[in-house]
Design a protein. Structure first.
Length: 299
């Protein structure tokens, strides 16, 4: 094996993901589910304390609220590639407090910048949308415009178990309508039929685009068994049946996980470097001009 291929084999790719959105939409639960489904290289790694604070009742919701931004890094392996994955969980935006909202969005899109540390930039930001609204609110639009100028943004509808199939389809349609109408450049999944890709690859990517915004269902704490297979699952139990959070028929988690960690990981990183990072270099100057870089200190 040549020295360069040996180096490639042992190379570790850095990936930094962030979750953002209003309070109580399921951001921490998503990170917990991702953590639980990762092929971690060191199994004994404990999740941060904030991840174990669950809120299954209204009473403990306040205690479990993410109070300040935190991040943690895991060494994982995905399809034979080693990845150093940093997950960043942000406190939820508070509705009805305009002033705090503005301060918070600025804080979260701001950075302790280290222009040389490209690998500490956020490569993809998952923006959680409230599924009780009929599309994007004015505040979502304002926040998304700011975020999309600075980072790859992927819209998410969490707690999809609370919607029927028709309600979810209508909500997705309404969100996509608003994204188009307000010209919000969320990440879109390129389909380039000219590039000689296998037609299955083109089809798979086109399919991903139709799933945006991705729907997520996070599991409850209790151990559940799939009644049809008797296997343990990450799920939610209802009077009328059991949801398997990893079943693509129930939600888009598995597709999203694959997009983030595998199929589009490199693209997120390339765009971050080429577009957002270059923008930063082109605009070196005042604090305001560069206030959006997600580089530097992730702690
Ligand atoms: N029904 C349902 N409830 C969920 C789901 N995901 C999370 N929850 C519940 O929603 C509540 C809030 O979840 P969190 O993950 O703490 O939400 P968050 O967005 O991190 O909240 P903040 O810390 O306030 O920003 C908890 O009671 C969760 O159990 C889901 O997929 N379905």
């Amino acid at each position: 094996m040549s020295r360069s291929s040996r180096r490639r084999k042992h190379a570790v790719s850095q990936l930094n993901l962030m979750v953002v959105g209003f309070s109580s939409l399921g951001k921490t639960s998503f990170i917990r589910m991702l953590f639980d489904t990762l092929g971690r290289l060191k199994e004994d790694i404990e999740p941060p304390a904030s991840l174990s604070k669950r809120a299954e009742t209204a009473q403990d919701a306040e205690a479990a609220r993410t109070k300040e931004l935190y991040s943690f890094t895991l060494d994982i392996e995905e399809e034979g590639e080693k990845i150093s994955l940093t997950l960043v969980d942000c406190p939820g935006f508070v509705r009805d407090n305009e002033l705090r909202l503005d301060v918070q969005v600025t804080e979260e899109t701001k950075v302790k910048r280290n222009p040389k540390a490209q690998d500490s930039q956020i490569h993809a930001c998952l923006y959680f949308i409230d599924n009780t609204n009929n599309g994007l609110t004015d505040k979502d639009i304002r926040i998304l415009k700011r975020l999309t100028a600075r980072v790859n943004v992927i819209p998410i509808v969490a707690k999809a178990d609370l919607l029927t199939t028709t309600q979810l389809a209508n909500l997705k349609k309404a969100i996509n309508r608003d994204i188009k109408q307000y010209q919000i450049p969320v990440f879109d999944f390129p389909v380039d039929e000219e590039d000689g890709s296998e037609s299955e690859v083109v089809e798979a990517f086109a399919d991903i685009q139709t799933q945006i915004p991705f729907s997520i269902i996070a599991p409850e704490d209790a151990e559940l068994t799939d009644p049809s297979t008797s296997e343990k699952i990450l799920g939610r139990q209802y009077a009328w049946g059991v949801i398997d959070c990893l079943n693509p028929k129930h939600c888009d988690f598995v597709v999203l996980r694959n997009v983030l960690l595998s199929s589009h990981r490199k693209l997120f990183k390339d765009i971050t470097l080429e577009l957002f990072y270059e923008q930063y270099h082109d605009h070196q100057g005042t604090e305001e001009e560069i206030d959006g870089r997600f580089t530097g200190n992730l702690n």
